[in-house]
Every structure is written in structure tokens, then in C-alpha cells.
Design a protein around this ligand. Structure first.
Ligand code: F6P
Length: 541
């Protein structure tokens, strides 16, 4: 494969970065009254306004040519056809197949699992599936981690206003306090555990599931009763049976963990919010899939998100990407995107085993507005490290417009994006400080401390409303963004070999701590830390 840096479009973008990339966006707005419309796209209930990015039509044209030269459209066809896009594991990454409507031709099994899931959900929600004392289920605890946690957790939080009767809880961490604190609030007679694990081999999940099972027994359930309180979601039927769970909802190896919320992994969403909400989520994602599959790259919302990311990271040298949803219910979005983007594209070798030679995924992080304004926005405005920001702004119903807090939410979101672009105008600030009575050295110091240049890029993603459809569309857009970037960087976005070594080493250390494995040679630091832990556990420290 050609070195990416030798592609004509890559070179063109390099030259543009030294020119357009340094120009001021506020001046571009002055020169082009149509700029906002020119750089706004809408699809499936999501509007992307990227006019505050440091781009112009030339840059966008060159980015589209880069995507063409890397054959994004060709690989996209393979993605949608269920081709082997995950080459290191010889698998498809066919999450789009999970959200096709029921009347579309579906992969064998998708219909069946969706129907079985629907029946189970209805039984639980209508009190036909009862706990071991005959009480209806009131709480669902999803035990799973990574992709078996983050997606369903995000959706259940985001659409909490649709919750009826059944409350969903999520336990991911192997730290005992995660499960213990949750169990403290549960009634064993009315609690259903969903053990979600694609591999059914994730140590943290299995350890938590064991403790949950024992908790039921300690609270009076028999071994046989436990079956009414445990279901599994997995691709590994054998391991589920060995664990002793009878009721299982399957999925397939062509569903990557971080792309799996659309499968039975999303069963907690359906249990908590209703199957119709889960269906609407799928429909929203499918609408975005349709757009992504058919819209030309220049008008394609997910592809544009990807291209902007490449421009900011590879050409403007911004190594960090911040996501700030202005919606408390989307507080889990940054964590979801961290896994989606960094586990997918945190790679430094190409699909053919060569060093990438260019930057791949930036660090992805964020938090909700307005809280984030009182935490890290100082750095975004005046820090040395400049970031590229996605603001996510769900619109609310007209009735909320009467609420001052709602107006503040919207005003703050728009203000931060505007401030990042404009910065603090030098002349106006000087007038202000002089009016405050400052002069001489004090004026100079204050001026230096308070001014900032702005021209920091951001995009605004407006959701028509925070409902299941728009949320499905938003998450699908980010999934496709990740895919397009992976194709351009020529990396495999669908494996995650980097997380394996730590898991193996944790297994060895666990064995040493519980005495089941002989010690192996460790570095001095690990040896000392192990000794310290042992002293504490022996009550000697
Ligand atoms: O962190 C690695 C990982 O394999 C993720 O890709 C995955 O989402 C998570 O662990 C959980 O895996 P599983 O669903 O197999 O328990």
C-alpha cells in the first residue's frame, strides 16, 4: 500500500494547512455570508454545523479527494455487504445489519433473536416473568464491561424520561463497591441480572456474576430459583451453559463489542424503556445508515465528521478531541465515544502490518455542559494544547423554552462555541481595562492574562430532540465516522489486540495473589507493589 503521505490529496492538504489552516474563521464568516449554510449538513434528525471549523471549500474538496484516493466508498460497500473488513480476525463488522427493518432481508438469526427478545421483554414488563417468590421484576442489573456496558448504559440514561416501572442498573467494574453498592439498593425477589459478555470470558464480568448469584442464594433463592433471575447475552453458548445460565440471547462474531448495543446486548434498554423504544433506536440508526450508504462523500454527515477529524489531527496538529453534550442525560456519551473511537482507531500499524507513519486517533474525552465550563474550558480557551470540540445540543420542546434553566443551557452552548472561535478581542479588552482604571504595567499584565486569540475549531451537532430515533442516528453517525477514519488511515478499526496483554498479566498476578499460581519474575516496581499489598492484607502495614 502506498505511503499515505505520498497521496496527491495528502500533499494538497499539507499545503492548505499552512494557508487556510492558519486563517481566521471569523474573517471567513465576514467574507462569506453564506458560510453557515455552506458548511451545515442534516441527516436523520441530526444537523452538523461545521462552519466554525478552520476549513473552506478547497479544504473540504481535498479531504473528499483523500477519502476517494483511499477508496472509502469501495470499503463502505464491503461494510454494508457484510464483507470481511476486520482482516486480523477474518470477520465482518456488520452492525448495520442489526438495525435493518424487519421487512428487509436479514442475516439468519437476527429476526429470531429480535423476536425472542421481544417476547421475553414483554413477559418481564407485563409481570408474566416472575421472581422466585412470585413477585414481578422491578429492577434489571446489567453486568458487563466495555461494549457490553457503555452503549446500553448511555441509552438508558439518555432516554430515562421513557422509563416505566422497571429500573435498569449497570455494573461494570470489578471493584467490589460497584456491585455491592448496587445490590444494597436491590430487592432479591424482584431483581433480574443480565450477564452481558460477547466472549463470556471477561474475568471482571464473570466474577461479578458469581457474586450476584451467591447474593440471591444468600437471600433465600434455591439453585433452581436462580434461573428466573439470570439471563445471558453472548456469542459463546458453551461458556454460558457452563456458568449455569439457561436463558440466553445470542449474537454473532460479526458484531464488534463496541458496536453491539443494537443486538441483544441492548436488552436492558428494551426492558427498561420498552421494545418500541429499542425499535425506534434501531430505526434512527438505520436512517443514518441509509444516509451514510447513499449520500456522496461531500454531503455525507458521518464522512464529514471523519474528514474534519483527520484535518484537525493530521494537518492542523490538534492531538485531542473533546465532546461536550449540553444535556445531563448524555453524560455517558464521552465515555461511550472513548471506547468507540480509541479502541477502534488507537492503532499504529496499517492493515498490512506496516507502521502508520501518520497520527491516528486523537485522545477523546469530555463531559457535560455546563459543568465542563467550570472544569476544563479554561484550557480549551487559553491552554497551550489546542483541541477540536464537538458540541452536542439536543433541542427541547417549545414548552421548555419558558424555563430559564433551559434557556441558559442553550445560551451557554452557543456562547462557548462562539467564544472558542472569536477569542477575546484585544482592543475591546483594552478599553474595558482602561475603563476599570488600569494603566501601565498593571494594564499590560492584565491584558496578557485575559486575552486569547480564539480560532479554536468546533462543530455543533444539533439533535432534533433527545429521543430514541435521534439518539440512534447520532450514535450511528459516530460509528461511521470511526469507520471512515480507519479506512483513510488504512488501519483495522474492528480489532483490539492491545488490550489482551494486560488481561493475561492480570490473570498471572491474580494467581500469585490468591496462591494458585507460582510467582514469575517481575520487574522491581511490580515486586515492591505486590509486597506492599501482601503486607496490608496480612495486617502488617
Ligand atoms: O476491553 C476489551 C474488550 O474486549 C472490549 O472490546 C469489549 O467490549 C469488552 O472487552 C468486553 O468484552 P466481552 O463482551 O467479551 O465481555
Amino acid at each position: 500500500m502506498t505511503d499515505l503521505r505520498n497521496l496527491p490529496a495528502w500533499r494538497e492538504l499539507g499545503a492548505l494547512a499552512a494557508d487556510v489552516g492558519r486563517a481566521r474563521v471569523d474573517s471567513m464568516f465576514e467574507a462569506d455570508p453564506e458560510r453557515a449554510e455552506r458548511f451545515t449538513l442534516s441527516a436523520a434528525g441530526i444537523t452538523l454545523d461545521y462552519s466554525k471549523q478552520r476549513v473552506d471549500s478547497q479544504v473540504m474538496g481535498a479531504l473528499v479527494r483523500l477519502a476517494d484516493q483511499q477508496q472509502v466508498d469501495v470499503v463502505k460497500q464491503a461494510l454494508f455487504a457484510g464483507g470481511i473488513v476486520n482482516n486480523s480476525e477474518g470477520r465482518a463488522a456488520w452492525h448495520v445489519a442489526l438495525r435493518r427493518p424487519d421487512d428487509a432481508p436479514l442475516h439468519a438469526g437476527v429476526h429470531e433473536v429480535r423476536a425472542a427478545m421481544g417476547r421475553f421483554v414483554e413477559d418481564v414488563r407485563h409481570g408474566r416473568w416472575l421472581g422466585y417468590t412470585g413477585a414481578p421484576i422491578s429492577d434489571v442489573v446489567n453486568i458487563g464491561i466495555g461494549g457490553s456496558d457503555l452503549g446500553p448504559r448511555l441509552v438508558c440514561d439518555a432516554l430515562a424520561q421513557l422509563r416505566q416501572r422497571i429500573h435498569c442498573h449497570f455494573v461494570a467494574n470489578v471493584d467490589p463497591s460497584d456491585l455491592d453498592d448496587t445490590l444494597m439498593r436491590m430487592d432479591p425477589e424482584r431483581t433480574l441480572f443480565i450477564v452481558t459478555s460477547k466472549s463470556f470470558g471477561t474475568a471482571e464480568t464473570l466474577a461479578n456474576a458469581e457474586v450476584a448469584r451467591q447474593w440471591l442464594i444468600d437471600n433465600g433463592a434455591s439453585q433452581a430459583d436462580v434461573a428466573r433471575h439470570f439471563v445471558a447475552v453472548s456469542t459463546n453458548e458453551k461458556a454460558v451453559r457452563e456458568f449455569g445460565i439457561e436463558r440466553m440471547f445470542g449474537f454473532w462474531d460479526w458484531v464488534g463489542g463496541r458496536f453491539s448495543l443494537w443486538s441483544a446486548v441492548g436488552i436492558s434498554i428494551a426492558l427498561g424503556l420498552g421494545m418500541e423504544t429499542f425499535d425506534a433506536l434501531l430505526a434512527g440508526a438505520h436512517a443514518m445508515d441509509d444516509h451514510f450508504e447513499t449520500a456522496p462523500l461531500a454531503d455525507n454527515l458521518p464522512a464529514t465528521l471523519a474528514l474534519l477529524g483527520i484535518w484537525n489531527n493530521n494537518f492542523l496538529g490538534l492531538p485531542t478531541h473533546v465532546v461536550v453534550p449540553y444535556a445531563q442525560r448524555l453524560a455517558a456519551l464521552p465515555a461511550f465515544l472513548q471506547q468507540l473511537e480509541m479502541e477502534s482507531n488507537g492503532k499504529s500499524v496499517t492493515r498490512d502490518g506496516q507502521p502508520t507513519r501518520v497520527e491516528t486517533v486523537p485522545t477523546v474525552w469530555g463531559s457535560v455542559g455546563t459543568n465542563a465550563q467550570h472544569a476544563f474550558f479554561q484550557m480549551l480557551h487559553q491552554g497551550v494544547l489546542a483541541a477540536d470540540v464537538d458540541f452536542v445540543l439536543p433541542l427541547s420542546d417549545a414548552a421548555h423554552g419558558d424555563d430559564d434553566r433551559e434557556r441558559q443551557r442553550v445560551a451557554n452552548c452557543l456562547a462557548q462555541a462562539e467564544a472558542l472561535m472569536h477569542g477575546r478581542d484585544h482592543a475591546a479588552l483594552m478599553d474595558e481595562l482602561i475603563a476599570e482604571g488600569l494603566s501601565g504595567e498593571r494594564l499590560e499584565h492584565r491584558l496578557a492574562a485575559r486575552r486569547f486569540d480564539g480560532n479554536r475549531p468546533s462543530s455543533m451537532l444539533v439533535m432534533d430532540r433527545l429521543d430514541a430515533r435521534s439518539l440512534g442516528a447520532l450514535l450511528a453517525a459516530y460509528e461511521h465516522k470511526v469507520f471512515v477514519q480507519g479506512v483513510i488511515w488504512n488501519i483495522n478499526s474492528f480489532d483490539q489486540w492491545g488490550v489482551e496483554l494486560g488481561k493475561t498479566m492480570a490473570g498471572q498476578l491474580l494467581g500469585e495473589l490468591d496462591g494458585s499460581a507460582a510467582s514469575v519474575a517481575h520487574d522491581g516496581s511490580t515486586r515492591a507493589l505486590l509486597a506492599r499489598v501482601r503486607r496490608r492484607w496480612a495486617g502488617r502495614d
